[in-house]
Each structure stands twice: as structure tokens, then as C-alpha cells.
Design a protein around this ligand. Structure first.
Ligand code: GAR
Length: 208
């Protein structure tokens, strides 16, 4: 069994999708062993508690800078014996302290088709606001490996969703979560846990 540690900061609907997938046997040989939140008030913590999953708060505000926060995160992930680290709505950019220790073992879900609407400053609703401002007709979600470059690691899965003329950032966010994120994130986790992914030259190859 592979130990999956999920990092969260907010509502945790992607964490819920992973919990549901685990219950249905869709996480392959992985199981969620801990949830770590950067925010003590995140509803995601309640979801962990409701499902008897160990919940840890590593409050970003209690650390003076990213370096000390990243070191604490690395130490926690090591003591939790994480085989896979999943960013599920985790809003802090960790530095190479963590990315180096867990190279090709951390994945992130991002609510756009990378390389559009990604990188520093593009998170949560902001991503959908920018997509609507630009007038794109298609958006979607991406699951990728995490590297020190924000949203720049090898892409694992992507799924597109149509943008409607009367969309608000909220309606677009909801469609992309439901139709894209909640599907490709559990699938990518399953592929990882079943050893079906390999990375070469910044590209991910899937062997099913
Ligand atoms: C999700 O849409 C996720 O893709 C996004 O934040 C939302 C969190 O929702 N993540 C980012 O923007 C990271 N750059 P959730 O807490 O309900 O899963």
C-alpha cells in the first residue's frame, strides 16, 4: 500500500473526491493516511475528521517565511512516511526543500488547461476570472507533478470543459470541478499508486 498525504487550504472538495474514490476502490493500491492543512479553519479538516483520517494543521501564518514553512512541511511528510503527496486546493508555494525531497512524488490539481492561466497569482476563483476576461471558449483542469517552478512540472492528465457565454467565475469553477478536477485527480492518484507513470524529459508517460 502507498501512503497518500493530501495537502489542503480550503473547502476540500478535491479531498472529498479522493475520499469517495478510495471508498469505491478507485485509488488502486493507495490509501489516504493524513491530511495537512495550511489553514486552521479549512473545512477540509472537517472532511478528514468525518472520515477518520488523521488531520494535521501546519499553519502558514505561524512561520516567518517560505523556507522555514517548507522545512517543517518536509519533516512532517517524512514522519508521515508519505509515498505520494497530493496538493488538493493547497494554496502555498513550497520551495525546493520539499520539491527536492519528494521529486516526482508530489502532484497538484490546477483549475485550467496549463500552460494557460497558471503560475504565480493564478489560484482558485482568480483563474476563472482571468479565463472569462480573455473570452476563452474552452477551459478545464490539469493534474501535474510539482516542481519548484509554480505549475511548471510534467503534466499527467488534462480534461476540458466548455465555457458558456453567461458563465460567472463561480459557475465556471463549479463546472470545471465537477466535470474535470474531481475526475482526473483520483485517476492520476490511482495511476501513480499502481506504478503506471514515468517521467522523462519533463514529460509524463502513462502505461496502462
Ligand atoms: C480547486 O479548484 C483547485 O483546483 C484550486 O483551488 C480549488 C480548491 O478547491 N487550486 C488552485 O488554484 C491551485 N493553484 P477545494 O478546496 O474545494 O478542493
Amino acid at each position: 500500500m502507498k501512503n497518500i498525504v493530501v495537502l489542503v487550504s480550503g473547502g476540500g472538495t478535491n479531498l472529498q473526491a479522493l475520499i469517495d474514490a478510495q471508498k469505491d476502490g478507485r485509488l488502486g493500491s493507495g490509501r489516504i493516511t493524513a491530511v495537512i492543512s495550511s489553514n486552521p479553519d479549512a473545512y477540509a479538516l472537517k472532511r478528514a475528521e468525518n472520515n477518520s483520517i488523521k488531520a494535521i494543521v501546519l499553519n502558514r501564518r505561524e512561520f516567518p517565511d517560505i523556507r522555514t514553512y517548507s522545512e517543517a512541511m518536509r519533516d512532517t511528510l517524512i514522519s508521515e512516511k508519505a509515498d505520494l503527496v497530493v496538493y488538493a486546493g493547497f494554496m502555498t508555494i513550497l520551495d525546493e526543500t520539499v520539491c527536492g525531497a519528494f521529486e516526482n512524488k508530489m502532484i497538484n490539481v490546477h483549475p485550467s488547461l496549463i500552460p494557460s492561466f497558471c503560475g504565480k497569482g493564478y489560484y482558485g476563483l482568480k483563474v476563472h476570472e482571468e479565463a472569462l476576461k480573455k473570452g476563452v471558449k474552452v477551459s478545464g483542469a490539469t493534474v501535474h507533478f510539482v516542481t519548484a517552478e509554480c505549475d511548471g512540472g510534467p503534466i499527467i492528465l488534462q480534461k476540458a470543459a466548455e465555457v458558456m457565454q453567461d458563465d460567472t467565475p463561480e459557475t465556471l469553477q463549479r463546472r470545471i470541478m465537477e466535470n474535470c478536477e474531481w475526475k482526473i485527480l483520483p485517476k492520476a492518484v490511482q495511476l501513480f499508486c499502481d506504478g503506471k507513470l514515468s517521467v522523462r524529459d519533463n514529460k509524463t508517460y502513462i502505461y496502462e
